[in-house]
Design a protein around this ligand. Structure first.
Ligand code: DF5
Ligand code: ZN
Length: 267
């Protein structure tokens, strides 16, 4: 089957053909209609807590759909808020657009941001690994951080510096200078949370989404670096009809929230 992607030929509106779950009723991303959000005292009573080990950020890879930093889950943990049990960090990555007026996956009252950072965690209290966890409704949790254009982001710069060595699909390199995921999170920890899915095929409906309300800044130059990644392998011709195979956009448009509850914690 033609590999899925973000072009007209293989983009989000074609995914349901090969990945039927993509047409489900618990899909992500969604537009956060802030008027619909209900504040929940149970969320306030169990603060979200995380622990990451910067030295455990191992490799960065060009997946063909973006960059992804794979992490050794050991020593990490995410608990509290809407979560039952302990979740461990598996990887983090980003979504962006061809220009900074779009690129985030979630939108807030219809407003898009320039990009969105995802920290993917799996339920290590109940499942053996991430792949298994992805098949269960409580298997994964993704912390989402909205990125807006502003000052250069020093922690993300450590990722940007590695992009030239993973310019083509499948290329990967060691992360020598430890990247601290905690430093990429916003200062205020208010968030929205709802039950959703992977925003990439196979779009498993196994994600508890936690989207921080406060955007974090990233510079135009840093966004431009993301767009310099290529979606095809070195030495192969470019399959995608994108501007010479540059990964200029890799976000999924929003899906209906439907009857799902949208809760918020913090103002
Ligand atoms: C069963 O099929 C899959 C597919 C992808 C899996 C995955 C398990 C963990 C992470 N991943 C991912 O690579 C992954 C997970 C989450 C996201 S996203 N954009 O945060 O929803 C993107 C990518 C399982
Ligand atoms: Zn993502």
């Amino acid at each position: 089957a033609a590999e899925w992607g973000y072009t007209k030929r293989n983009g989000p509106f074609t995914w349901a053909k090969n990945y039927p779950t993509a047409a489900g009723i618990r899909q992500s991303p969604v537009d956060i209609d802030t008027a619909l959000a209900t504040s929940d005292s149970s969320l306030e009573s169990k603060p979200l807590r995380w622990k990451y080990v910067p030295q455990n950020t191992r490799t960065i890879v060009n997946s063909g759909h973006g960059w992804r930093v794979d992490v050794d889950s050991e020593g990490s943990e995410l608990v509290g808020g809407p979560l039952e049990g302990t979740y461990k960090l598996q990887q983090f990555h980003c979504h962006w657009g061809s220009s900074s007026d779009k690129g985030s996956e979630h939108t807030v009252d219809g407003q898009s941001y320039a990009a969105e950072l995802h920290l993917v965690h799996w339920n290590s209290s109940k499942y053996a690994d991430c792949g298994e966890a992805a098949d269960y409704p409580d298997g994964l949790t993704v912390l989402g951080v909205l990125l807006k254009v502003g000052a250069k982001n020093p922690e993300l710069q450590k990722v940007i510096d590695l992009i030239p060595s993973i310019s083509h699909r499948g290329e990967k390199t060691e992360v020598k200078e430890a990247i601290d995921p905690a430093k990429m999170l916003p200062k205020t920890l208010s968030y929205w949370t709802y039950l959703g899915s992977l925003t990439v095929p196979p779009c498993n409906e196994s994600v508890t989404w936690i989207l921080f309300k406060e955007p974090v800044e990233v510079s135009e130059e840093q966004l431009a670096a993301f767009r310099s990644l290529r979606c095809y392998k070195r030495g192969e011709e470019c399959p995608c009809d994108e501007v010479d195979g540059l990964l200029i956009s890799n976000y999924r448009p929003t899906l209906p929230l439907g009857t799902r509850e949208l809760r918020e914690c913090g103002s």
